[in-house]
Design a protein around this ligand. Sequence first.
Ligand code: 9MR
Length: 616
Amino acid sequence: MVRLPVLSRKARLAAIAAVVAVPAVALPIAFAGRDSGLPGTGGANDGSAYAFPATPDQIPDTPVRVNQVGYLPDGPKRATVISDAQQPLRWELKDKAGKVVASGASEPRGMDDSSGQNTHVVDFSSYRGTGNTYTLEVDGKASLPFDLDPKAYQQLGIDSLSFFYPQRSGIEISNDIAPGYGRKAGHTADTPNGGDTKVPCAPGSCDYTLDVTGGWYDAGDHGKYVVNGGISVAQLMSSYERSPKAAQARALHIPETGGKTPDVLDEARWELDFLLKMQVPDGEQLAGMAHHKIHDVAWTGLPTDPAADPQQRQLRPPSTAATLNLAAAAAQGARVFAQYDKAYSEKLLGAAKKAYAAAKAHPTMYAPDSDGVGGGAYGDANVSDEFYWAAAELYITTGDKQYAGDVSDSTVHKADVFDRAFDWQNTAALGRLDLATIDNKLPDRERVRESVVAGADRYLKIVSEQAYGQAYAPNGGYDWASNAQMLNNLAVVAAAFDLTGEHKYRDGVLSGMDYLFGRNALNQSYVTGYGEKASKNQHSRWYAHQLDPKLPNPPRGTLAGGPNSQLQDEVASAQLRGCKPQMCYIDDIKSWSTNELTINWNSALAYVSTFVADQT
Ligand code: 9MR
């Protein structure tokens, strides 16, 4: 990736004009690096946080697909080339000056089912040099430029976590902290709909109101969902738990930075506080349960600033899944906050225990798939995995035999939970991964650890079998948020590295990441501000630059959901008909089924990118 230093606007334009020409793929304009501090296309101010460099809408295509951000010098380095050639093709790796520094022959891989393309794989892992603006040339065609840089992922760890601050509800977003992203507090008492200070229940479901201010907006909508808040905040806390020291050193762009609590936990607390507020108060019939979600009674259009939302807000009924999300996240929170804020840790543990007991008393209150007006449904009619996750977190935190018994008795405990990607609906892996990696005395812990390594081996096999190296090969098409699903598969591979120290797992995570940054069928980086051709029009009501040039694009480090074969929105169905799974994506703000941004997808990105950042 071409990097430019932080420059004045005039100097930046001059630098852009004087860009290095890349043979065979004549780029019309240069691209500034993720850490350049240049303004985003959406009018973000100059500054080092959040903004990303202006990128042209059209990037000339190249059949040579690389990780457009970069490769670690001591890591695997693979590229995929689209070519019908049956024989190996000669490849050359060129440095910034155009000098050939390595060469070899590609490996023909034939037809790739996920893309419908004939492919070759190039492996230039043995080259260990460092520098920026390398290109890979195959058969006379050049890739987009990339870096070979031990710090290639450092900034991403920070950006993917700093994404959460401007997703916050109930607080003014400071333009000093997030240049270009400042906005009024959303859903406070003085906003048009009265905000989230006194939100009533759905008619007939209860007669109280709750103050449910705060938390993160789920995605491009203004809804706040306990199911989905749970996995998102858990992954932030897990990124802290896997390496507290590294987390402590990682300063985020948030108001609380600099305190004794690590920034990632300050951010997590913003959501944990909201989850606590969603718990049914004492004295009510369903005391201890958690409301499934809170959102508008009707969908609002795009763009709509959170502070301008005119729709009535409503608490949807409690559900067992939400209650167990609260129990699991609060139990984990009690553990990670114990050394920083004892009173808060105790409060979280009390709420977690109460929620868990309430879920046991009401084990089948399922949120229906049909409840999707004004907000997402997040329906879930199988909560055995949520019970397992919550019991696991409570056990790890308390060591209490009661929870160990529930873990061991769960049908999920011995099941293969890595036969699919984990996500907001399938949460067993969250419990399994923590049981494997965090200290506890579960009698069959060794078997638990082996199950994680076996899951990782399965995903590694997929990485090596796929022509594009992605950690994802579902039966049938690609799901909604395929990008997050493959990141969660990589989180399992990362855990196997932590458990075994075997380098093949670290290398598998790195290879799997290449897909997200451009080594894919669309030559697309799915992370805003990272790579030459990067997603920047993700579906959002306030990062709606595509609809209103005065508004910003999503902040640097925002993941797009990614290819979704089911084409569930109008833009996707009109423009992507007949697409092969990997091709079912469009960087259009109206394609919410392929191109939304969501807290649980960025939490997956944050978990894996901090793992990778910590490798150097
Ligand atoms: O991520 C969710 C995906 O797994 C579901 O298939 C989809 C339809 O129910 O909903 C997705 O979640 C959306 C939520 O319902 C509302 N906020 C935006 C979320 C991401 O698109």
